[in-house]
Design a protein around this ligand. Sequence first.
Ligand SMILES: Cc1ncc(COP(=O)(O)O)c(C=O)c1O
Length: 399
Amino acid sequence: MFLRTKNIKLSPIKQMELLAAKIPDVVSLAQGIPSFDTPDVVKKAAIKALNRGVVAKYSLTYGLPELRETIEQKLAESEMYYDFEKEIIATAGSIEAITASLISIINSKKDEVILFSPSYASYCEAIKVAAGRPIFVNLIEADGWRIDFKNLARRINNRTAAIIICNPNNPTGTIFPKEDLLKIAELAWKRKIFIICDEVYKNFIYDNEVTFFSLAQIPQLRKIVIRVFSLSKIYAMTGWRIGFLHSDEENVSEIVKVHDSLVTCSPVISQYAAISALDFADKEIEEFRQKYQERRDLICRHLDDLPEFFSYQKPQGAYFIFPKIIQYKEVRPPMEVEPPKIKSASWRFAIDLLKKARVAVVPGLAFGPSGEGHIRMSFGRSEKDINEAMRRIKEYFNE
Ligand SMILES: Cc1ncc(COP(=O)(O)O)c(C=O)c1O
């Protein structure tokens, strides 16, 4: 009974939010939720659809044709050519797209899925939900959190079903260069391993220093690349649960069966909202991006005031920073909140910070073994929250 789920954990990000909810006056930099509201043009489109009486019924399982057509056009602007009728599915956020893809791909309990450490915490649990085995390959911190290709090549074997790549990477903010992505593709192509490209932060890239590249731009790789995207982050629509995936027709025709059994279709009101977002909210995305860049610089300046406690790499994209904890004094009075039963320094630090400074962050271990010794802070939150959280953290260290 519950044999499979016993092995699956609630995402540590959500565990942290649950613990934080028990403490009054907490400032949370834990969950990756944009501080902004959904753009007005999107909200108006949703209201209009509601008033037109078109949202009460299921859509086609693949999603509304007019949404998929809009997605097809939007993808073509980025040199990704996919047929809306057969190669695109509107999903309930990108996590549903990832889970449905993994369930379709994983054939036996022995099947392995490679994920990089540190990367988005929910991948590991989604792989387990799909009854596969997560295999971590560490990113090299000293090399700007780039991929350890020797290790990657060693970890690939006959049981490898897929590799998940998060670009820009949550939690490190790394943007993987084209040459690295091509190397992954070369390794995967030889053995017909799927690559799931999660690009939900691709519009939040700072300083114009790097060019973003997607493997879904290479037509020859269509059979092995499944790209997932979401409106959650870039349009500030996390609560609407709308995203999409695209791949070659053959892959999509398999994944859609799982999508159907999970959700039937993505929320129809959100699909109408998504059409408007994709068509009319480019201006807002750019405004959000500029704000996040300012907030990244703000949080970096705060961390610069604490050089004896944290070292960090400046994120190139997404809205997370992943500082390394250099030292903290571990004082352990009786806790009012019970920490999860994990013997991890980053968990203990995060719990201590929550309890004493009333600041919620995510322990680095949540993102894979090499995340240990770090914390993740979101600068998707408002300047006010960032300033207050950092003021409290400085006070915590001064004490
Ligand atoms: C890298 C990454 N992928 C996927 C998701 C899932 O987002 P959603 O299901 O809202 O699209 C998140 C959410 O934090 C994320 O950070």
